[in-house]
Design a protein. Structure first.
Length: 261
């Protein structure tokens, strides 16, 4: 026939390799599609475990932003031990922390009891990281989440509105807002969708408020920052921190949308 054994064996090996690769691909697709309907959307499936503490470059980056505005009004969602330094940088200003972990709240009140103009409030988060994509779709389609729908409507009807925040938080014009809470380190944990959304709402009542979001290596933090704080407002970044300078909505833009595009 003119065919040597080598000429026959090589095509057979090639065919077997292709069949093996196709089987692996099929198993991968089946495994991915076997996730339950309640699973988080693929966009948010890469949420990583929150790292503890800050590299020196990150905390220095945050403190430099505050130095430029001190004395000022600072609102922080969440708490890490390095945030104790904010009091020394912001002498004469106001520092407010919102934390959902009761043990952290007790510890913080002990740490801050000797500091003037520093308050800690216990808050509750009712939205979970696994629901991030559904909440994003809700915010995009619901007029109740638009900026021109009014604060009371946003708080009562928009699923991203955080209810139960202290009156002082809602009425203060904040110079710097830091989003580093809740932990959001797994699908069943409270996510930062609401805190990023509320930071964007409160910032637009200020006068050039800086909103600094931590853990932007994680998909929820990244996508919700893009959606509500806007890439065109991002002025700097360092490590896992993104810094947005958010204009006053009524002065700069009469649109109901958070971002220009």
């Amino acid at each position: 026939m003119g065919f040597t054994k080598t000429k026959i064996i090589l095509p057979l090996v090639f065919i077997l390799v292709i069949i093996s690769l196709l089987r692996v691909l099929k198993l991968t697709i089946v495994s991915s599609s076997s996730l339950s309907p309640s699973s988080v959307h693929p966009v948010f499936a890469l949420t990583s475990i929150k790292q503890q503490g800050f590299p020196e470059k990150e905390i220095r980056f945050l403190l430099d932003i505050i130095r430029q505005k001190s004395p000022c009004n600072i609102l922080v969602f969440g708490f890490e031990h390095d945030y104790i330094k904010l009091h020394n940088i912001n002498k004469g200003g106001t520092n407010v922390f919102l934390e959902n972990n009761i043990e952290k709240v007790k510890s913080m009140k002990g740490e801050f009891k000797m500091f003037n103009a520093t308050w800690v409030y216990k808050v509750e988060y009712k939205t979970y990281a696994k629901d991030a994509y559904k909440l994003l779709k809700h915010a995009r389609s619901s007029a109740n989440c638009d900026m021109n729908s009014g604060m009371s409507n946003i708080m009562s009807e928009c699923k991203l509105g955080l209810t139960g925040l202290p009156k002082e938080v809602m009425e203060t014009k904040w110079d710097v807002i830091v989003v580093d809470g809740p932990c959001g380190d797994g699908p069943g944990s409270p996510g930062r969708m609401g805190s990023i959304f509320m930071a964007s709402v409160l910032a637009r009542a200020g006068n050039g408020t800086n909103v600094v979001v931590h853990d932007t290596d994680r998909m929820i933090e990244k996508w919700f920052s893009w959606e509500f704080l806007c890439e065109e407002n991002r002025v700097s970044s360092k490590g896992r921190f993104w810094n947005f300078k958010v204009p006053n909505l009524m002065i700069e833009n009469n649109s109901s949308h958070f971002c220009s595009h």
